[in-house]
Design a protein around this ligand. Structure first.
Ligand SMILES: Nc1ncnc2c1ncn2[C@@H]1O[C@H](COP(=O)(O)OP(=O)(O)OP(=O)(O)O)[C@@H](O)[C@H]1O
Ligand SMILES: [Mg+2]
Length: 344
């Protein structure tokens, strides 16, 4: 069942069109991630869903009800922001229960809900602390707790982890994913970190310039990007994209090949060239693969930069290969090849 539907949602700020007609369905219990470059309208779209921003036109339903003009508090949503803005003079318990106190819920209900949320988020032992005595990750969990006690139909997250350091971010990513598995509540999560998008989402919505470029599961977007924008945006390091003569050789408008899908061969291959990687000296541990842009690969008469995945030095007979023959070839395994042939 569709928990949330957006129909031709538009938003302009004065003369600036920011959201340009978005149609989207989010199913009940789904974890949906909005990704896209800075300024593409992710936060604006999330704020429209939350009711913090009015859409210029279009229709929004949550749980089958038209909430296009409904107050934020009447929508059954809870939002978690990047800056968690806890009240410094309140304890963790008071911060989590603050919304319920404002709504004048009975004390016993507030206590029970705060405890349940704190258990889910492993904050029980911290309930009497003030925010200044918490780590960044713990603070963010308190902010999520504030959302949980409201028992929303839909959680909205706007870059909730971008203030945290890399290791904490990885841990919180896991925690939010586990929270979703446990609560089974619909979640919409905005990020421009594509690792977050690829690892957390059931469904990714790629936005660009106020429009939806593509909607799909992480693997669909990776395997079958619908546009060069999506092809270049999903995947790290970026897919190699060529137009013009190279694309023509492969019979398409834009030709894309992911660095990780290229392997070396002495026998045959679409790309030919001389590698410059032997200039690197220290041997790498065998579990690490490197990505390298070499200027001396060609497909057709001209040399072109091609980002490729190369094996760790020392493990593969890389050096021998170089001395045996000045040329190596890059093979693209047919099954993995992503060719954007169908583009107009
Ligand atoms: N209140 C406003 N008034 C005028 N323009 C706005 C307003 N809010 C946002 N914008 C503009 O709308 C566009 C989309 O902004 P939005 O915050 O939705 O982007 P975003 O995708 O969330 O970007 P980021 O990844 O940087 O957070 C931007 O060009 C921004 O300048
Ligand atoms: Mg934003």
């Amino acid at each position: 069942m569709a928990e949330l539907t957006l129909t031709r949602i538009c938003k302009s700020f004065g003369a600036l069109d920011v959201i340009k007609g978005i149609d989207l369905e989010v199913r009940s219990g789904e974890f949906v991630v909005f990704v896209g470059p800075s300024g593409c309208g992710k936060s604006t779209l999330l704020r429209i869903i939350a009711g913090l921003e009015e859409s210029t036109s279009g229709k929004l339903t949550i749980g089958g009800k038209d909430v296009t003009d409904a107050e934020p508090s009447k929508r059954g949503i809870a939002m978690v922001f990047q800056s968690y803005a806890l009240y410094p003079h309140m304890t963790v318990a008071e911060n989590i229960g603050f919304g319920l106190s404002l709504a004048r819920r009975p004390k016993s209900e507030i206590e029970a809900k705060v405890r349940a949320a704190a258990e889910t988020l492993q904050l029980i032992h911290l309930l009497d602390r003030k925010p200044k005595a918490l780590s960044g990750g713990q603070r963010q969990r308190v902010a999520i707790g504030r959302a949980i006690v409201r028992d929303p139909k839909v959680f909205l997250f706007d870059e909730p982890l971008s203030n945290l350091d890399a290791s904490l971010r990885a841990q919180m990513r896991l925690e939010i994913a586990e929270l979703h598995t446990r609560l089974k509540t619909t979640m919409i999560y905005v990020t421009h970190d594509q690792v977050e998008a690829m690892t957390m989402a059931d469904k990714i919505v790629v936005l660009n310039g106020g429009r939806v470029e593509q909607v799909g599961s992480p693997m669909e977007l990776y395997r079958k990007p619908a546009t060069p924008f999506v092809a270049g945006f999903i995947g790290s390091p970026k897919m190699n994209l060529y137009t013009g003569e190279v694309a023509q050789r492969f019979g398409c408008q834009t030709y894309g090949i992911r660095p990780e899908h290229i392997r070396l061969s002495q026998a045959k291959g679409a790309w030919q060239g001389r590698s410059d990687i032997s200039s690197a000296s220290a041997p790498m541990p065998s579990s690490i693969w490197m990505f390298r842009k070499s200027a001396k690969w060609w497909c057709g008469p001209k040399e072109r930069p091609l980002l490729q995945r190369v094996p760790p030095f020392g493990r593969v007979r890389w050096k021998a290969q170089r001395t045996d023959s000045a040329f190596s070839r890059l093979v693209e395994p047919e099954s993995e090849k992503t060719c954007l042939k169908k583009l107009a």
